[in-house]
Design a protein around this ligand. Structure first.
Ligand code: GAF
Length: 380
């Protein structure tokens, strides 16, 4: 059964009618550019072949009825005229949050019955929540005939996270879920929201390993990292770290805490690495991509301090086999989750075997490996 058939069958079963439409929004993997988005900088993610699927029908009143196929098959119902934070079914707050944001511009929309299912591993740094938000926005916008574009949808998803769910995330995850392109990575300027696509070189695989070290974005140190970046920007008298360079940072080294200094150093150097990775991918210069991804990982480990021992082990293990033929680094918010590697066809089996032979033995945790493809975003 395809994912579409799964949600459509679920819809018929739970709502006793046939769904009018199907919607899908992908998760993402970030190739490089970590914790740069909320600093106004650059990111280079790709949307992947895991995501959130929805089968839905428009109602002619203001009710929203949602049936989840995962999450213990829980269901929620509420009115668009009275959207409250849900302490019990916390997953539904992503829906509630994006609808509050959508209602600000489109107060007259009608309610929807929908069934939802996702296959992005949760809490793994592959943006299960952003894909959920974008799928819900696509569903409500399409069924209500709203002129919402991908960038507007991404901003509404981010607003829901920042103002309703309580995570101070940037714009990357929602924007790539909305605007990703098949077989392409997307360079996003997180200040201007300008986009440039670049092809993932033929013969290089998006090789993702979930360390299965669970992380919680809201509860983790994510928000603290953001505050430390803001502190550094304030000391240097720039609006965002995007506006600083290493010369300015060195000048102010003694005016800020050592922690703020190393956090800012990560962001400033990561922005440069991200732009250089785009150029190197465009030139087919994999050796340089390899070096930049390695430097990015070391910067997340030493300066931003968001990796874990299991993730570092995994990255070193893959790097040992990969050398300069591809790149590997932790991906996403950090404190666990996934590693992303660009792996040439002829090394896929070797690297898989090496992880399977060593990772669990070393860490006591069994990994999951996904060879992904870059996919189309929900609004692209
Ligand atoms: C999480 C956030 F949601 C993104 O906005 C981004 O900051 C990322 O962590 C780190 O690069 O996925």
């Amino acid at each position: 059964m395809t994912r579409q058939e799964l949600v459509e069958t679920g819809f018929s079963k739970f709502f006793n009618k046939t769904a009018d439409a199907f919607f899908h929004a992908p998760g993402r993997v970030n190739i490089i550019g970590e914790h740069t988005d909320y600093n106004g900088g650059f990111v280079l993610p790709a949307a992947i072949n895991f995501g959130t699927d929805i089968a839905a029908s428009l109602r002619d009143d203001r009710k929203v009825n949602v049936q989840a196929l995962d999450i213990n098959a829980e269901s929620v119902s509420f009115s668009l005229d009275d959207i409250q934070f849900d302490e019990k079914y916390t997953w539904s707050n992503y829906i509630r949050g994006v609808l509050i944001a959508l209602l600000q511009d489109y107060p007259e929309i009608k309610g929807v019955d929908f069934v939802v299912s996702g296959n992005v591993p949760q809490g793994s740094g592959l943006s299960s929540s952003a894909s959920f938000e974008i799928a819900v926005l696509k569903c409500f916008a399409s069924l209500n005939n709203l002129p919402l574009d991908g960038i507007q949808a991404a901003l509404k998803g981010q607003q829901a996270e920042n103002e309703f769910v309580g995570c101070s995330c940037g714009i990357m995850d929602q924007l790539i879920s909305a605007m990703g392109k098949k077989d392409q990575a997307m360079l996003l300027d997180c200040r201007s929201l300008e986009i440039q696509y670049t092809s993932i070189p033929k013969g290089l695989n998006l090789f993702i390993v979930n360390s299965n070290v669970k992380r919680g974005l809201v509860d983790s140190e994510y928000n603290l990292r953001r505050e430390q970046c803001e502190e550094a920007a304030k000391v240097m008298n720039v609006e965002l770290l995007r506006d600083a360079d290493m010369r300015l940072l060195e000048q102010h080294k003694t005016d800020m805490s050592q922690t703020a200094f190393v956090r800012a150093r990560h962001v400033i150097t990561e922005n440069e690495r991200t732009l250089n990775t785009l150029t190197s991918l465009n030139d087919g210069d994999i050796e340089t991509v390899s070096r930049l991804m390695r430097e990015s990982h070391m910067s997340m480990k030493d300066d931003f301090q968001i990796t874990t021992s299991q993730i570092d082990y995994l990255v070193d293990l893959i790097h040992a086999d990969l050398g300069a033929k591809g790149g590997v680094r932790m991906t996403g918010g950090g404190f666990g989750g996934c590693v992303v590697a660009l792996v040439p066809d002829d090394l896929v089996d070797t690297i898989k075997a090496s992880i399977e032979a060593n990772y669990e033995k070393e860490t006591g945790i069994k990994e999951s490996i996904f060879i992904c493809t870059a996919e189309q975003g929900a609004f692209a």
